[in-house]
Design a protein around this ligand. Sequence first.
Ligand code: PLP
Length: 379
Amino acid sequence: MIYLDYAAATPMSEKAINAMKPYLAEDFFNPSAPYLAAKKVREAYEDAKNQIAHVIGAKGNDIIMTAGATEANNLALSGASHILYLITEHDSVRNIARAHGGEEIAVDKNGIIDLKDFASKLTDDVDMVSVSLANNELGTIQPIVEISEIIKKARLSRLERGIKTPLYLHSDASQALNLVNISVARMGIDLLTINAAKVYGPKGVGALYVAHGVKLHPLTLGGGQENGLRSGTENVAGAVAFAEAIADAHEHINGNRKKYEKLSEIMRRELLDCFVEPVFLGSRKKQLANFVPVCFPGIDAERIIFKLEEQEIYLSTGAACAASKGEKSHVLKAIGLSDKEINGSLRISLGEGNNEEQVVTAAKAICKVVGEEYARING
Ligand code: PLP
């Protein structure tokens, strides 16, 4: 099998699996129970939260553990009343934002935020801005520091004019966490979503960083865990595995970036040999190193995917979730692609298990199938 869909899911690392095992059985105690064995579990949980937070330059007490990035995004945005969000955001941001006075910010042809459009929409009643650090279809990395500078100026201006509406910056770093050094303070981020499922940790585990002073509405009420923002017995095994996975990702960020730059370069070079000329999407300079979003105009990408699957090569059209609903990608629409171009778009996302040989084999297989499809369509 050649797996080229790491943006959809990563396998759990051995280290993460081993780290979580003790907390599934022998150390199963509820961390809130009063006996010593449970207190040790509580300690392990707090240590895990500290480790996770450390990677983004925060403290354990600043993060709220959640059951994945969808929940973290919902928790971040559900208390807001007028949200500006990037048109290319993941559905877990778009759908909650739309329910809370959501207004879209435009992007350019590479999927980068249109800062002029953003500044013009940043009126005094906007209380939340949500821009992901990196997009899940194009891998586009947003200029988050420039965005937070604009927000800081708007806050200052509000203060001077006696306007009390708060203004927060939320960023979904689900895809970026593997390959971008994140510091919430340096980047001026008030709320940050992270996702274990994309960094070789368990699915259904994520967290929301919450800066001091930011007021949120809890989604679940109950025993008051996670500073009252996320009631429910803590997922200790999940947090411990996330901590292990995220620490590993962080330690190897530079090496991994170089590895994926090289592999994606090889993939691009090989795809240029295809009979139908590929159009690479996004700007290479502002893109996660492991992403190769590519379009073969006029070719049906769905058919390419099925044919490659027969050869045990797995990749995706746009985002896995949009594709499974049979919807056209809102991200590719937002960067101005025509329906024909959207239909011919593939998302290749590289990861741990890939090497040069696999990339060359997969690229040749893609070219072969694209050529066959071209011949079929054009008689
Ligand atoms: N945000 C982004 C950018 C994603 O890529 C994903 C997953 O594909 C999510 C949020 C949702 O994550 P989960 O399904 O783990 O809740």
